[in-house]
Design a protein around this ligand. Structure first.
Ligand code: UN1
Length: 503
């Protein structure tokens, strides 16, 4: 059944001012239309930002633990709705139901963590250099946060941004991906039901133009974006010009290194999950296997056999292991890269086709695809494909593995399989990435740990964990002088004030 959906501005569900809409379809069963969503414009964004600015007055003054109680309610409501939401989310963006339940669970974990952090928004007290004087730093909320996120974790990733922003006393204007507007709306509905006051949280649906209007709105103080490196660079530029705080979570080309002493069964299980989970459409997906020559042929054989058995289908069918890709454009990009891989001289050992048959004919499906004989300079070894395509690179030493792993512009996640503790610890330091897994795949970040990457993957900030609370607060330094006299720092407390050196 197709429905007409709305924006959520100042506590009211409403159409876009222009009344324009866009359609959202099921990527596995294209005839299944999820609904029509508001195609918002500058005017809607302006209304949302003004509502958020008004609401900031009272929300920022509410005791933080009281905001925490609301965040806890959100966690409870998401827990109650986990299965129902996951079903609708899978219908909209395709990944298997079990994975989508994990997506909602990540949001639940983030809610409870954020609730507890509201009792821990620490500042510092520090001795003054002067007598009868007290120094401290406190945190202050910043203002209105513009949150723009991707479709692949349509609930978890927005909550990494929205929950800490709210916990710290900021208000929010949120634009979900136009490929997952319903999931975004379900999250906002849960939050409104949990007692987030009107105006504190606003939802404006639409495409890139809405994102641009949020980024460029003079009354938006903070921007948080997850998406492509190309769009992230533009957002970073705009925010730089306007002196806005910005966090960017961008692309990845995440390597899994398998050394000659690795437990190959364990590595295989991890690789299938890392490379083909979410149909390879995670920023953390394993897109490069860097494998020691001693175990290359054996492991590649195991990998080919297992990959060919993966069952493609609609994510809400119990037997499905790999869902569709998100849309036609994504499918075309993947097809293009497979051709690039062939033209570059890599060997395609499995997959490579749009599958045919019951359960896959009606959607945007692509077979799990593996290229061997890939060299580090090939485009399929360097560029993010965001699909079920794995590049296998053969190496003959640990040093070469690290050189190949680091030979890309990105640096989000990484992994190494080895039983040698020295190799594992060296890799922790040597791999250029924000995240390294030892004997685990490149996916599986936990909500209470910092998440983010180096190089072109980001701009130095981390989401998740304790670090994100620094991003959503401004530090204020406070000096309290209770001496009743004027005390001059750097002057009154030094011993050289009496003697003026002879000229
Ligand atoms: C993303 O791909 O944007 O570690 C986020 C993981 C998930 C989050 C992925 N927990 O793969």
């Amino acid at each position: 059944m197709s429905e007409q959906h709305k924006n959520y501005i100042d506590g009211i569900w409403q159409d876009a001012a222009s009344r324009k809409t866009f359609d959202d379809i099921n990527p596995a069963v294209n005839s299944d239309k999820i609904g029509a969503f508001p195609n918002s414009g500058v005017e809607d964004v302006d209304d949302a930002v003004r509502a958020a600015r008004r609401a900031f007055q009272s929300w920022s003054r509410m005791p933080a633990p009281e905001r925490g109680n609301i965040l806890k309610n959100i966690g409870d409501i998401l827990t109650d709705r986990k299965s129902k939401m996951a079903f609708e989310m899978t219908r909209e963006m395709g990944k298997p139901f079990l994975e989508t339940k994990g997506d909602v669970q990540e949001a639940i974990d983030t809610a409870y963590y954020a609730a507890s952090e509201t009792r821990r928004l620490f500042g510092h007290t520090v001795p003054s250099e002067l007598p009868s004087k007290f120094n401290m730093s406190i945190r202050r909320p910043i203002g209105v946060c513009g949150i723009i996120s991707a479709w692949n974790f349509p609930v978890a990733v927005p909550t990494w941004k929205i929950f800490p922003a709210l916990a710290c006393g900021n208000t929010v204007v949120f634009k979900p991906s136009s490929d997952a507007p319903h999931s975004g709306a379900l999250l906002i509905k849960a939050m409104a039901d949990a007692g987030v006051p009107p105006g504190v949280l606003n939802l404006t649906q639409g495409s890139g133009g809405v994102g641009r209007a949020i980024v460029e709105h003079p009354d938006v103080n903070v921007v948080s974006f997850t998406g492509s490196t190309a769009v992230g660079s533009k957002i970073g530029e705009a925010c730089g010009r306007m002196h806005k705080r910005v966090t960017l979570e961008l692309g990845g080309k995440n390597p899994m290194i398998v050394m000659q002493d690795a437990n190959l069964d364990l590595a295989l299980e991890g690789l299938l999950w890392g490379a083909f989970g979410t149909t390879g459409q995670r920023c953390t997906a394993t897109s490069r296997l860097i494998i020691h020559e001693d175990v290359h042929d054996e492991f590649v054989g195991m990998l080919k056999e297992a990959s060919e058995k993966l069952k493609l289908g609609y994510g809400n069918e119990e037997t499905t292991e790999v869902g569709p890709v998100i849309n036609k454009r994504a499918l075309e990009t993947i097809i293009k890269y497979v051709q690039v891989g062939k033209d570059e001289g890599a060997t395609m050992i499995c997959g490579g086709n749009v599958p045919k048959g019951d359960g896959v004919d009606a959607g945007f499906f692509f077979e799990p695809t593996i290229f061997t004989d890939v060299t580090p300079t090939m485009r399929i070894a360097k560029e993010e494909i965001f699909g079920p395509v794995l590049a296998v690179l053969k190496i003959s030493s640990y040093e070469e593995a690290i050189e190949v792993a680091n030979n890309v512009e990105y640096g989000l996640s990484s992994s190494i399989y080895t039983q040698d503790v020295s190799v594992a610890f060296n890799a922790m330091h040597d791999i250029e990435a924000g995240i390294t897994y030892i004997n685990g795949p490149t996916i599986g970040a936990e909500a209470h740990m910092p998440f983010g990457g180096v190089k072109a993957t980001g701009n130095g900030h981390r989401e998740g964990g304790w670090e994100v609370y620094d991003f959503y607060t401004e530090t204020k330094t406070v000096y309290v002088d209770y001496s009743g006299t004027l005390q001059k720092a750097q002057i009154d407390n030094t011993r050289d004030r009496i003697t003026i050196p002879a000229q």
